[in-house]
Design a protein around this ligand. Sequence first.
Ligand code: SF4
Length: 692
Amino acid sequence: VVELGMPSRSVVTTCAYCGVGCSFKAELRGDELVRMVPYKDGGANEGHSCVKGRFAFGYATHPDRKLKPMVREKTTDPWREVEWDEAIRTVAEKMRAIQDAYGPSSIGAISSSRCTNEEVYVVQKMVRAAFGNNNVDTCARVCHSPTGYGLKQTFGESAGTQDFRSVAKADLIMVIGANPTDGHPVFASRMKKRLREGAQLVVVDPRRIDLVRSPHIQAAHHLQLKPSTNVAVINAMAHVVVTEGLVDRSFVDARCEGFDDWARFVALPENSPEATEPVTGVPAEELRAAARLYAQAPNAAIYYGLGVTEHSQGSTMVMGMANLAMACGNIGRDGVGVNPLRGQNNVQGSCDMGSFPHEFTGYRHVSDDAVRTVFEELWGRSLLPEPGLRIPNMFDAAIDGSFRGLFVHGEDIAQSDPNLQHVSAALAAMDLVVVQDLFLNETARFAHVFLPGASFLEKDGTFTNAERRINRVRAVMKPKTGKHEWQIVSEIATAMGYPMAYDHPSQIMDEIAQVTPTFKGVSFELLDKLGSVQWPCNDEAPQGTPTMHVDAFVRGKGKFVVTAYVPTDERTTSRYPLVLTTGRILSQYNVGAQTRRTGNVAWHPEDLLELHPLDAENRGITDGDLVTLASRVGSTTLRARISDRMPPGVVYTTFHHPVTGANVVTTENSDWATNCPEYKVTAVQVGLAHPL
Ligand code: SF4
């Protein structure tokens, strides 16, 4: 076989891009990875894949990768390669010195939704047990933190309700603030199959995404709302359901609480489709028709994305969707539910693993004495009952001088977070920035220590996808850096005086199962036997839980929450008359650190600014012109694409390339409950860029 140039062995592992969590057979010739073949028994993908998972793995061997640890005194100094011992000692000594000088809460860490559950778990353990504080946050802060908050309040669990398979039973699919064909392509295929079979489609989005009109698919309704008005739209749909007698009374009476107050609120005249039309821009009759379709379908399912969460009312909207689903009895069986389409491969997992400053694993608050005692006894350390700093709080505290040392694990905050001027100032103000990553990314410009990370092809562990499915990640090759990422973190904790040691990630998962009721039955052995498992997996559900809230909600009764619409503070003015919203494209991925280092870059070599023909004409802009995009906080230059996908007054871009840097213009406005940034709404001006 080898003589013919064919693969000589294969390893089943999980794609490290999006939250669909496709399984692949990585086929090797000797030590060389030659191709990724979609795995037919993969629970999430059943043999399908997209262009990222199948082809975009070349970054793992890209010459830009750094394989040796590096240190420098000042960020203006050149990097100096060092051995692992010196790098780890440097991090530990400097972190301790900062704490001695500025107090125990002056340091913290950001964990990564790109990394395995086991790696995320050891990062939050390092912070809580070795740093001695709760200053740990995850990049889920800037994407799906409102999902965690909103679904916990209403249903009692911070996770989506269904598995992907469930979409095959939906009669009505409502896609809100998501672009599945670009963001979650393999799940989009499942959705499209069901739509071609005859299910109806409602899309709620300011942009005319491909799904609205694609071969053999035509949305029954596209509610093309103005950005930031999600909550007004969902309340108006609820108004129709309540005032037209479309409520599923038997479901509500048996399984929910708080209905009467909520129903009185949504029935108010100001929440009617007619009253809200001037605010939302959605024609009242179209909204009424969409609401009736949702309420009257035997099974209606909601799928949503960052167009819901990344708003100042992101958490409110998550609860608004939960309210609507409960009112129509659309919870607890196949074909229904409220289903977040998670962006990164392990967003769900990084949240599950306790890397929020207020929660241990399994979403249990740090102030809960009984829970804290479990961790204190196992870890042999007393732990703080007060929540630590969220990511934006860390930046603010760095500017005021009280937060001085940050460990950034696999996230490029200097490209991905909003108002990059503020982020840069915060990083520049710190005494110690440690970056653990594959590449010298934008954040590494501010770093004093660089710790080379491993690609997913070099890792053993697990990722948890958007349907709570825990998938095995299996190493195709040894870490090129000589160290596993969980080893690096454990050794830093040990060097700081808190001994932490594991022989294998399976031991870390065993510890997670020991302290987390929803993971009690999870082990590598079980995962290898079943292929994957959806949490909760414990004595009550030893084979896992594809559908949640079947007979009762996790919190007992489902809770209706009154969700009043509050306009965003981000207003257009004559100086900034347009609204910018952002998203991503099929071939690229988030900040592009990986996909830009593969052949995929040829398909999308730069970020483009989509604007409506009328807005372009008013500014003398033609397709392909270089334009300046300016907001109250910053400006950038990029190329224009004239498109009627956006309505007049709204412009759109992606954020895959650091040169164009859309987050130079996004603001620090954020969700009231979780501080998730309001990436989707920025008042901007666009004009022809002046030649240099
Ligand atoms: Fe990977 Fe997502 Fe594509 Fe599946 S859909 S191959 S998980 S990027």
